[in-house]
Design a protein around this ligand. Structure first.
Ligand SMILES: *Cc1c(COP(=O)(O)O)cnc(C)c1O
Ligand code: SF4
Length: 349
C-alpha cells in the first residue's frame, strides 16, 4: 500500500505497459480520472458530498478509480464506503498537528535504491510507483517514487545488496503496486530475485485483485506459482462491499492457483469503523479463502486526518470481533511506529 505527488510521473514507463491489449491494461486506461465524472456516474451532485474537492483543487494525487471498483459503489449514496476511500475532500488540505509527510520513517529505512528495510529477515522493494486506484488515505502518497529505479538494470545494485545479506529471506514487492508491472517485467524481476539463494519467499503487496480484478490472469498465476521461492499474496480491501462479483472471482482464482492470500485493511472513519463492516469484511474474505492479516491503525500522514479512528474504538471493535468470529477471521490490529522492530500490536486480546 502506498504513493506521492510523484505518482503521476510514476516509475511505470510506456515500455512497461507494452503488450497493451491485455484486458486489464485496457481497463486501467479506461479508469475514471476526475471527481466530476465520478459524481456523474454515481448520480450525485457535488454539493451532496460534504467537502468534495473540485478537480482543479486537487494537486498531485488526482482521482483514479477503475470501472470495476465504481460498479461496486451504490449510486446516489454520498456516504458509500468505497466512494469515501477514493473521493478527494476539503479536509485533505488541512494541516493537522501530528500528521506529517513521512509518518512511518520510510526515508530513514532506505537501504539501497528502491529498497526499504525496517524488519529482520525481510526487505521491501518499491517495484512500481503507480497504482490502479488512488486511495485518499494512502500512507505513501508523498513517497519520492520518481527517484527510485525504474528498470531491471537499475535494480541490479540493490539486488546485489540483498544477495550480500545472508539474513534476508523474504523480498516484499510493494510500491505503488507491483502488479502494475506487466507480466514480462514482473517475471524479469522475480526471476532475478529467484537467483538469490537465500530468498525463500517473495511477497506481493497489491490492491489490484481488489480494484482491477482483470489483472489476475492465468499467465500471472502461472508466473507466480512457477517460481522457486514461495509466493505469498497480500491484498488490500477495507469493506465487504469490495469483495463482490469480479473481485471475488479474482480472489478465488488466486486461491485456486494454490497461492496463500492474506488481506490487510486500514481502519478508516466512515468506511469500516463499525462492527458490521469489519465482521462483514472478515466473513467475505474467509468465505473465498483469503485470511485477514492486519487491520492497520491509520498512519498519521498529512491530508489523512479525517480518516482517523481512535485506538479506543479500534480496540472495542476488535474485542467484539473476537466474540463473534472464529479466531482465524480476526485480523491483528497493529500500528506502525517508526523505529520499531515490527508492526506494533495496538491490541492483542
Ligand atoms: C510492514 C512492513 C513490512 C512487513 O511487515 P510484516 O509484519 O512482515 O507483514 C516489511 N517491511 C516494511 C518496510 C514494512 O513497512
Ligand atoms: S493501492 Fe491505495 S493505499 Fe495502496 S499504494 Fe496505491 S494508493 Fe496507496
Amino acid at each position: 500500500m502506498n504513493p506521492v505527488s510523484a505518482l503521476p510521473q510514476s516509475s511505470i514507463t510506456a515500455d512497461d505497459l507494452s503488450g497493451v491489449g491485455q484486458p486489464w491494461q485496457r481497463d486501467l486506461s479506461r479508469a475514471i480520472r476526475t471527481s466530476a465524472e465520478l459524481f456523474k456516474r454515481l448520480g450525485l451532485q457535488p454539493e451532496q458530498v460534504a467537502g468534495g474537492l473540485a478537480d482543479d483543487e486537487i494537486r498531485g494525487f488526482p482521482v483514479l478509480v477503475p470501472e470495476s471498483f465504481l460498479a461496486r459503489m451504490r449510486p446516489g449514496d454520498p456516504t458509500d464506503p468505497l466512494l469515501l476511500q477514493v473521493l478527494p475532500r476539503q479536509e485533505e488540505r488541512e494541516t493537522v498537528d501530528g500528521f506529517v509527510t513521512d509518518a512511518v520513517g520510510d526515508l530513514h529505512a532506505r537501504r539501497a535504491p528502491g529498497i526499504l528495510q525496517k524488519y529482520h529477515g525481510r526487505v521491501l522493494l518499491i517495484a512500481a510507483g503507480a497504482c490502479a486506484v488512488h486511495c485518499r488515505y494512502c500512507f505513501r502518497r508523498d513517497y519520492p517514487y520518481s527517484a527510485e529505479p525504474h528498470r531491471l538494470d537499475d535494480w541490479e545494485v540493490s539486488l546485489r545488496a540483498i544477495e550480500g545479506d545472508g539474513d534476508v529471506q523474504e523480498v516484499i514487492l510493494s510500491g505503488g503496486d507491483p502488479l502494475m508491472l506487466n507480466d514480462q517485467r514482473l517475471e524479469q524481476l522475480c526471476r532475478r530475485i529467484e537467483q538469490i539463494p537465500q530468498i525463500e519467499r517473495v511477497r506481493i503487496h497489491t490492491r489490484l485483485p481488489i480494484v482491477l480484478p482483470s489483472r489476475v490472469t492465468e499467465s500471472l498465476t502461472g508466473l507466480l506459482t512457477g517460481l522457486r521461492p514461495q509466493v505469498v499474496m497480500v491484498v488490500h480491501a477495507n469493506h465487504p462491499a469490495e469483495i463482490q462479483g469480479d473481485c471475488r472471482d479474482a480472489l478465488r482464482r488466486l486461491v485456486a492457483a494454490g497461492l496463500p492470500v492474506l488481506n490487510q485493511a486500514v481502519l478508516l472513519r466512515g468506511v469500516n469503523d463499525s462492527l458490521a463492516a469489519l465482521e462483514g469484511l472478515s466473513r467475505s474474505l474467509i468465505n473465498v479463502g483469503v485470511m485477514p492479516y492486519y487491520l492497520h491503525q491509520l498512519d498519521r500522514v498529512s491530508g489523512t486526518a479525517h480518516f482517523e479512528v481512535s485506538e479506543e474504538l479500534g480496540r472495542r471493535l476488535i474485542t467484539e470481533l473476537q466474540a463473534r468470529l472464529p479466531g482465524y477471521a480476526v485480523p491483528k490490529y497493529v500500528r506502525e511506529i517508526a523505529g520499531d522492530s515490527g508492526k506494533t500490536p495496538v491490541f492483542s486480546g
